[in-house]
Design a protein around this ligand. Structure first.
Ligand code: B12
Length: 256
């Protein structure tokens, strides 16, 4: 069967149309851009010109997608992370509605391969797609941490650290040429001392969330969203019940 045809603007437009009202942002990229920066064990096995898209959740996702998602389920209990379930539900729905007949491989940030590696490196993907600059030790000249491992962090020009990288969609068999040109992510933390501060805030005190405010932001998480993420994962279910998003006692399980 002939592969359906699509151009970059159709894909960007259709995905943004269905996902932006739910609080997601979509950034197209080519697989070759990603494979050019990550080491061989992390390479994705598609031709370099294959079209892909990285999906971010913005602060709005919590109120526009997550709470309505729970409200409509009438669940008594949640068995797996409800945010992950919500993101998976909306992204899969959007892909199947926007691209019937296409072969789209969807990987989520939390998915791990049998080799124990993540299915894709979300931060590298966001950087090469131009979505959010990935600040790593190698971005700090003469870095002060010696042999200590410091994890890198992406900063979005409008959202600072108030976002998450949720998924990578790969349009298998759809190859694109010069209609998709790589644009560098905005370097919103250009100063060495600010980068040191950022990496230390992310690695040593990420629970305080100060790393998220390293740049002035257009939007942050609502108080309710902060309460949710401040709560330990094993206690979030009780919080959702207190808020009325889970119904009844704990004895029954969800059915989907
Ligand atoms: C495993 C994991 C963890 C582990 C280990 C962290 C790590 N970075 O290895 C632990 C449990 C510690 C962790 C903790 C946290 N995590 Co975490 N974690 C992940 C996860 C699932 C995989 C990361 C991973 O294994 N990387 C593997 C290493 C080898 O990758 P790497 O260091 O980037 O190396 C590559 C790059 O350097 C690249 N490269 C080389 N040269 C160049 C040059 C350029 C220009 C580029 C772009 C790339 C590049 O090549 C290398 C690979 O070959 C990601 C989601 C995902 N699927 O990616 C989230 C993720 C990184 N975590 C995230 C967050 C927010 C956190 C926490 C704050 C907790 C939380 N969820 O709120 C804490 C903070 C960190 C801390 N202080 O402990 C966010 C970061 C968002 C952001 N703004 O950057 C992510 C992306 C999840 C998400 N959904 O958004 N995490």
């Amino acid at each position: 069967m002939a592969l359906p045809k699509a151009n970059v603007e159709d894909v960007r437009g259709a995905l943004s149309n269905s996902l932006s009202k739910l609080g997601f942002e979509v950034y197209p990229l080519k697989i070759g851009w990603y494979n050019a920066v990550v080491s061989t064990p992390h390479h994705l096995s598609y031709p370099d010109d294959t079209l892909a898209a990285v999906v971010l959740s913005t602060p709005d996702m919590f109120e526009k997608a997550f709470l309505p998602f729970l409200e409509n389920r009438g669940w008594k209990e949640v068995m797996t992370d409800p945010i992950d379930q919500c993101v998976k539900h909306y992204i899969n729905k959007s892909v199947s509605e926007c691209f019937p007949g296409f072969n789209v491989d969807v990987s989520f940030d939390y998915e791990i391969l049998p080799s124990r590696k993540p299915k894709f490196l979300a931060q590298s993907a966001a950087h090469v797609a131009g979505a959010a600059y990935y600040y790593q030790c190698l971005d700090v000249p003469d870095q002060p941490w010696g042999k200590k491992k410091m994890f890198g962090v992406c900063i979005h020009p409008r959202l600072g650290g108030w976002f998450a990288i949720r998924a990578l969609l790969v349009f298998v068999g759809i190859e694109v040429g010069s209609e998709l040109m790589q644009t560098a992510p905005q370097d919103c933390v250009p100063d060495r001392q600010d980068r040191i501060q950022l990496l230390e805030d992310f690695n040593l005190r990420w629970q305080e969330w100060s790393y998220r405010d390293i740049v002035p932001t257009a939007q942050t998480y609502s108080d309710r969203q902060r309460d949710y993420f401040f709560t330990r994962p094993d206690q979030r279910q009780d919080l959702l019940r207190k808020w009325g998003f889970l119904v009844g006692g704990k004895e029954n399980t969800q059915d989907n």
